[in-house]
Design a binder for this molecule. Structure first.
Ligand code: 0CG
Ligand code: SF4
Length: 315
């Protein structure tokens, strides 16, 4: 006897999933494996996604947290989140071949940090303590030239020595709304504060947050596919929650909490910049086993962003 399933409309956010920086970083590891043969060492998860990491591990990549764990004579790739300057220096000192998969949009922030310090500025950096991108960006400038601000309270409490010679920069994967509120406080308190030349929050982060906002009104629940350590993915769940749509960050279909999901008529799905599309399909397939699913994907302009590979790999 077949039981009829209840209808469920699934609004699939667009754009979602892989960004140009993630595509490039994964490609760098794949090409390094072809060029050097396994094992190729990767310092930190190339992007914050277990499935991406496991697949590359299967091809011969070895993931480590510090350069000390890379044996002499083997190549090492630096993750998309960027590294402190001391890391490539140490690799050079050891004569290691290294490939830098730092996203060009993170490198852009690194260059701005360097320029601000060269011009005698102190930098207020808006970001999340302990995130590898924050560690990497702090590691571009001398100790004491950059101060971390995580919250509006931090911004209100901040003391700066010379407001005329202070600038701010941000992590690339922050909440667009929270960051705007923090910047507003900084500008009110320090009207002369120097802003970045262009927005530091990257196109992928802001487009994915906007895409979630555009579907929340139609959704009773939101599933965000991404890893718990992925800053941009966590921000997507936050965006939905704040608009009153209960959201869960899940790594894959097996993580769906069916009791929490309940029997909605419409839900939304999105994926962070490091989450492969195959996992979106897996989640929709799992939903289709229990519901009569109609999928709707909003029209959107393709992002059309592609970053060049490092010269060593295209030569
Ligand atoms: O969003 P974060 O910075 O945590 O990184 P993730 O690897 O999830 O995504 C893109 C990159 C780098
Ligand atoms: Fe680059 Fe943004 Fe992707 Fe991070 S999320 S890798 S900064 S494009």
């Amino acid at each position: 006897m077949s039981v009829s399933k209840s209808p469920l409309t699934v609004h699939v956010a667009a754009p979602r999933g892989f960004c140009a920086g993630v595509d490039r970083a994964i490609k760098i590891v794949e090409l390094a494996l072809e060029r050097y043969g396994p094992p190729v060492y990767v310092r930190h998860e190339i992007v914050h996604n277990r499935f991406v990491v496991d697949r590359l591990r299967g091809l011969g990549a070895v993931f480590v947290e510090t350069l000390d764990s890379v044996p002499d004579g083997r190549p090492v790739v630096f993750s998309a989140h960027g590294v402190p300057k001391a890391v490539p220096s140490a690799a050079e000192a050891r004569g290691l071949d290294y490939l830098d998969a730092t996203c060009p949009l993170v490198s852009k922030v690194h260059r701005q940090a360097q320029r601000m310090v060269d011009n005698g500025f102190h930098i207020v950096f808006i970001g999340h303590a302990g995130h590898p991108e924050v560690i990497g960006t702090f590691g571009q400038v001398p100790h004491g030239t950059m101060t971390l601000v995580e919250t509006e309270e931090d911004a209100r409490a901040l003391a700066v020595a010379n407001p005329e010679k202070t600038g701010f920069l941000t992590q690339t994967t922050l909440s667009v709304d929270d960051t705007a509120a923090i910047i507003e406080i900084l500008k009110q308190r320090f009207p002369a504060i120097q802003a970045p030349k262009s927005e530091d929050i990257c196109y992928a982060t802001s487009n994915r947050q906007a895409a979630v906002k555009s579907i929340t009104a139609k959704c009773e629940r939101m599933l965000v596919i991404g890893a718990p350590n992925s800053s941009n993915s966590r921000r997507l769940a936050e965006v939905a929650d704040r608009l009153g749509v209960p959201a869960r960050l899940i790594e894959r279909a097996g993580d769906i909490d069916w009791a929490w999901l309940g029997s909605p008529q419409a839900i939304g799905i999105t994926a962070g910049a490091s989450a492969p599309e195959v996992l979106v399909r897996e989640v929709i397939d799992a939903l289709a086993e229990r519901f009569d699913v109609t999928e709707i994907e909003a029209e959107h302009e393709p992002e059309g962003m592609v970053f060049k590979l490092p010269r060593q790999l295209v030569a």
